[in-house]
Design a protein around this ligand. Structure first.
Ligand code: DOR
Ligand code: ZN
Length: 348
């Protein structure tokens, strides 16, 4: 049996770090294991301009003194976004991508896009300049059942955008359905998808059967087991269009354990051990490195990391903290619901 596994140092291609005291509390959890992360711009107010992204990047670096970690910044797409500012920020290396939130789809998405035609000139400028678009793929139409919102988004929004904007490189974020997996598999190499840690592990029963479990609630919400299996299959397949984006999204516990709880699972602390356990169970430990360290960098046109990360297999289950304390309150760490025998070997 494998006792240790050394990988190219991984990247997280979808991460929420927040700001202020929460940023200070959660950023080290990611920087401990990951070399880089795509940083979501859904702050309040959102990160819209290149200048705002640069100042947020500096706050992230200030929260991580001495860490060898590179935040890859994104801009929040609004109907008033300035295409010239986006292209200039990308050219200057200040941003790696732009994020599209349909207005009202999720946490702090009110400034997102309502009329997709309004952002067409921006998307065209991005296609021309090679700026990738990260997409939260859910419709917000209240008539559409929440479990169908991703599949409907593909037909109503994503496919029309991609047809209207040839050359636009798109990352469908946190895919949760067999429909999205099939759509990505059928597309050309200008489309990729991130998969979260938690969507590889939980289905909708985990959220709702035997009591409501707020720490398993996120958006897009986890779907049926058949969809989870499709995600696992995609992650293990070696298809370079699928890669890790944890969507680790911290909320202080009172905001989750509430009559109207926030969406988000906090997985930064134990993602790598959990994924090692999952890939090992699936008999595919050799597929972990490409999924967490190769495919995403290749799609974004970034060099693969020179550093390494070593995971050690333990005879006994490893205990992770149930929660971390931050200046913004306690944040519960994702519980995969099964024993994890891997830990990251920390440099001495
Ligand atoms: O569960 C989620 N939490 N999904 C998102 O799209 C946003 C995120 C957050 O910012 O809390
Ligand atoms: Zn997210």
């Amino acid at each position: 049996m494998t006792r240790s596994l050394t990988l190219t140092r991984p990247d997280d291609f979808h991460l929420h770090l927040r700001d202020g005291a929460m940023l200070a509390g959660v950023a080290p959890e990611t920087a401990r294991h990951f070399a880089r992360a795509i940083i979501m711009p859904n702050l309040v107010p959102p990160v819209v301009t290149g200048a705002q992204a640069d100042s947020y990047r500096q706050r992230i670096m200030a929260a991580l003194p001495g860490a060898a970690f590179t935040p890859l910044m994104t801009l929040y797409l609004t109907e008033a976004s300035d295409p010239a500012d986006i292209v200039a920020a990308h050219r200057a290396g200040m941003i790696a991508a732009v994020k599209l939130y349909p207005a009202g789809a999720t946490t702090n998405s009110d400034s997102g896009v309502r009329r997709f035609d309004a952002v067409r000139p921006t998307l065209e400028a991005m296609a021309e300049a090679g700026v990738p678009l990260c997409v939260h793929g859910e419709v917000t139409d209240p008539e559409i059942d929440i479990f169908d919102r991703e599949a409907v988004f593909i037909d109503r929004v994503l496919d029309p955008i991609r047809r209207a904007t040839p050359g636009l490189r798109v990352i469908m974020e946190h895919v949760t359905t067999a429909d999205a997996v099939a759509y990505v598999q059928a597309a050309a190499s200008d489309l990729a998808a991130t998969i979260t840690t938690h969507h590889l592990i939980i289905n909708r029963n985990h959220i709702l059967a035997g009591g409501i479990r707020p720490h398993y609630y996120c958006l897009p919400v986890a779907k049926r087991e058949i969809h989870r299996r499709a995600l696992v299959h995609a992650a293990l397949s070696g298809d370079a269009r699928f890669f890790l984006g944890t969507d680790s999204a911290p909320h202080a516990d009172p905001a989750k354990e509430s009559a109207c709880g926030c969406a988000g699972c906090f997985t930064a602390t134990n993602t790598m051990p959990i994924l090692a356990e999952l890939f090992e169970r699936e008999g595919a430990l050799d597929r972990l490195e490409p999924f967490v360290a190769h495919h995403g960098a290749d799609f974004y046109g970034l060099p693969r990391n020179p550093g390494r990360l070593t995971l050690m297999r333990q005879a006994e289950p490893v205990r992770f903290p149930a929660r971390i304390e931050t200046g913004a309150g306690p944040v519960t760490v994702f519980d995969p619901g099964f024993a994890v025998h891997w830990r990251v070997s920390e440099p001495v």
